[in-house]
Design a protein around this ligand. Structure first.
Ligand code: G3H
Ligand code: 13P
Ligand code: ZN
Length: 315
C-alpha cells in the first residue's frame, strides 16, 4: 500500500527511523519488498534523477505498482531523492509520488528558501510533502560536488528560520555524514551535539539523515578479494541510528550499502562460476542477500516490527 510520507513520519517520530532505500531495477525492488516484509517494517522507496534516467521513469513506476500487487502487505511511500526544481514538478504532477526532495542546498540561504518555497506550494496543492536540505554533506551528490573541506554542518538557528520561511515538511541536516563509500578519513564522527541543538529548535519536526550507509568492512574485503579495488571505504556506525532517531531523525537514507551487496554477490558469483552466463543465477542470489540486508538494517533503524501498527494508523 502506497501511503503518504507524512503518515509514516507521524508514526515514527522520536521512536525509530524509517529506512529510505534507493532502487534502480527489478532485483533491488524484489529484495527491498521481501526484506521489509521479513522484518515487518514500513519503508520509503527513493528514486533519484539518475535512476529515473537509467531506463525510463515509467519503468520504475510500473515496477513499484507491480510490487505493490505482488506484496499487498507492504506499507511504503515513494519519494524523489535529491530533486532539482524541474524534476520535483514532474514528480508532483505525475500523481504517483508521495513526497519529493528539493535539493537547493548548494544555493545561498535565501535562494534555497525561495526555491524550496516554490516547490512546497506546488506540492502541497497536490497533497505531497517536501523534504529540503540545509547545510552541505561532504562527498558526491548526483549533480553537486562538495569537497570534504568545504562540507558545512547545518546551523541550528538557521534551521528553524529555514523551516518557518520555506514551509518544508522535513529537513535533511548535515551532521557529519557524506554520500558514497568513503565517508570518513580519520575517526568517525556524527555530530550529535549539533543534532540535539537542531531538535531543540525544531521540536517534533522530522529530520532526515543522508549519507548513512555503514560500508561494512567484511563486505568491502569480500569485494576486494573477488577482484574489486575499493580501498579505504568507511561508513556510519549503524549502532548510532537509534540515538539519532531519539533526536528527531525520522528518515535515514541508504543507497551505497545496497550497491556493495550487489557488487559482492556478482563478483563472487562469477569468480566461483566462470562457466556461467545466465545472469538470473547471481540475480537470485542478490535478491536473497539484499532482502537479508534490508531486514537487518531495519533492526538497527528500529523500524522492524512496526508494520502492523503503521498499517492501522494509515488505514
Ligand atoms: O545521494 C544519492 C543517492 O545515492 C542516489 O545516487 O544519483 O547515483 O542514483 P544516484
Ligand atoms: P549513502 O551513499 O550513504 O548510501 O547515502 C544515500 C543517500 O543519502 C541518498 O540520498
Ligand atoms: Zn542523499
Amino acid at each position: 500500500m502506497i501511503v503518504t510520507t507524512k503518515k509514516l513520519f507521524e508514526a515514527a517520530y522520536g521512536k525509530y527511523a524509517i529506512g529510505a532505500y534507493n532502487i534502480n531495477n527489478l532485483e533491488q525492488t524484489m529484495g527491498l519488498f521481501r526484506g521489509n516484509l521479513m522484518s515487518k517494517a514500513p519503508f520509503i522507496i527513493q528514486i533519484s534523477k539518475g535512476s529515473r534516467d537509467y531506463t525510463d521513469k515509467e519503468m520504475l513506476q510500473s515496477l513499484i505498482i507491480a510490487a505493490d500487487k505482488v506484496f499487498p502487505e507492504a506499507v511504503f511511500a515513494v519519494h524523489l531523492d535529491h530533486g532539482d526544481e524541474e524534476t520535483c514538478y514532474d514528480c508532483i504532477n505525475s500523481g504517483f509520488y508521495s513526497s519529493v526532495m528539493i535539493d537547493a542546498s548548494h544555493l545561498s540561504f535565501d535562494e534555497n528558501i525561495a526555491t524550496t518555497k516554490r516547490v512546497v506550494e506546488a506540492a502541497h496543492a497536490k497533497g505531497l510533502v517536501v523534504e529540503a536540505e540545509l547545510g552541505q554533506l561532504g562527498g558526491v551528490e548526483e549533480h553537486i560536488q562538495v569537497s570534504e573541506d568545504e562540507a558545512r554542518l547545518t546551523n541550528p538557528a538557521q534551521a528553524k528560520e529555514f523551516v518557518q520561511r520555506s514551509g518544508c515538511d522535513s529537513l535533511a541536516v548535515a551532521i557529519g555524514t557524506s554520500h558514497g563509500a568513503f565517508k570518513f578519513s580519520g575517526s568517525q564522527s556524527l555530530h550529535f551535539d549539533v543534532l540535539a541543538e537542531i531538535q531543540k529548535q525544531l521540536l517534533g519536526f522530522p529530520l532526515v539523515m543522508h549519507g548513512s550507509s555503514s560500508v561494512p568492512q567484511d563486505e568491502v574485503e569480500r569485494i576486494n578479494k573477488a577482484g574489486g579495488k575499493i580501498q579505504g571505504a568507511r561508513g556510519v556506525d549503524a549502532n548510532q541510528f537509534k540515538r539519532a532517531a531519539e533526536l528527531g531523525v525520522t528518515k535515514i537514507n541508504i543507497d551505497t550499502d545496497g550497491r556493495l551487496v550487489w557488487t559482492r554477490v556478482h563478483r563472487e558469483y562469477f569468480m566461483e562460476h566462470p562457466e556461467v552466463f545466465d545472469f538470473r543465477k547471481p540475480g537470485k542470489v542478490f535478491m536473497d542477500e539484499y532482502a537479508k540486508f534490508i531486514a537487518n538494517k531495519n533492526e538497527f533503524l528500529g523500524s522492524a516490527g512496526n508494520l502492523d501498527e503503521v498499517r492501522k494508523l494509515v488505514s
